[in-house]
Design a protein around this ligand. Structure first.
Ligand code: NAI
Length: 213
């Protein structure tokens, strides 16, 4: 359970609600019923009612949810009302792709630096953020308060680099390297493995081919 007594299963679904509510807000939708939202999101209306009842934000029956209120409340639960500073470790294909994606900043994740060991990359800028060398990391983190590090380096280098980052005060690791990190208490991590997602897709495809409706 989270600090507000919301189950982890609900928390995992919140980013999707947040995205849909954000799109509704952009389209100036003020209220939406659970039925309408369920049709858009392909989730049952009762699941939506159960999930969103954690936050209030609705009037009398049939009145619908207040889109702006729910969007703000869910944003607060997810910590999106704050700004976080982030660095990227590993400026290869994936690291550069993340650095090039400006939408993270709009969500409050501000890219402060990119680090690599390849001297060819030194000083190359990605969207105005210069790539620095790993031997500049200590100095940089002394001068800049950074909470999150994205790890986009080879698997063999990930565990030791994660330890180094933790020693330097990094509190959250967004791990793309295909390895499980063992981090001390107080440091959180989130693993992103696109290939696992592809394997799930492969399973669904295979099941459909074996059992077409
Ligand atoms: P890449 O080879 O293009 O980039 C890796 C970069 O890390 C290089 O620039 C290299 O110089 C740098 N590097 C190596 N050792 C380092 C160290 N100790 N400190 C800092 N930088 C270091 O590889 P790519 O394609 O960008 O993949 C990076 C990592 O992400 C790999 O571990 C790969 O398996 C993983 N990956 C994960 C995906 C996912 O879904 N989680 C998808 C694609 C790649």
């Amino acid at each position: 359970m989270s600090e507000k007594g919301i189950s982890l299963a609900v928390i995992k679904r919140l980013p999707r609600y947040y995205r849909y509510l954000g799109e509704l807000l952009e389209n100036d939708v003020v209220r939406i019923s659970s039925k309408e939202l369920s049709e858009r999101m392909h989730v049952t209306a009762s699941q939506i009612r159960q999930d969103l009842n954690n936050f209030g934000g609705f009037g009398q029956q049939g009145y619908g949810y207040n889109v702006e209120y729910l969007h703000t409340e869910i944003g607060k639960i997810l910590g999106l009302d704050k700004k976080y500073s982030m660095i990227i470790i590993g400026a290869g294909n994936l690291g550069q792709a993340l650095a090039n994606y400006s939408d993270f900043e709009r969500k409050g994740f501000v890219l402060k630096g990119i680090f690599d060991v390849n001297p060819v990359l030194k000083g190359v800028s990605i969207r105005d953020t210069p790539i620095m060398m790993m031997d500049e990391l200590e100095e940089f983190l002394k001068k800049n308060s950074v909470q999150i590090a994205a790890l986009t380096i080879p698997k063999s280098k990930a565990p030791q680099t994660a330890q180094r980052l933790v020693k330097l005060g990094i509190k959250a690791i967004w791990n793309f390297a295909p390895t499980d990190l063992h981090l001390p208490e107080g440091v959180v991590s989130e693993n992103v493995h696109l290939s696992e997602s592809l394997m799930r897709l492969s399973y669904s495809l295979k099941s459909k081919e074996e059992d077409p409706e």
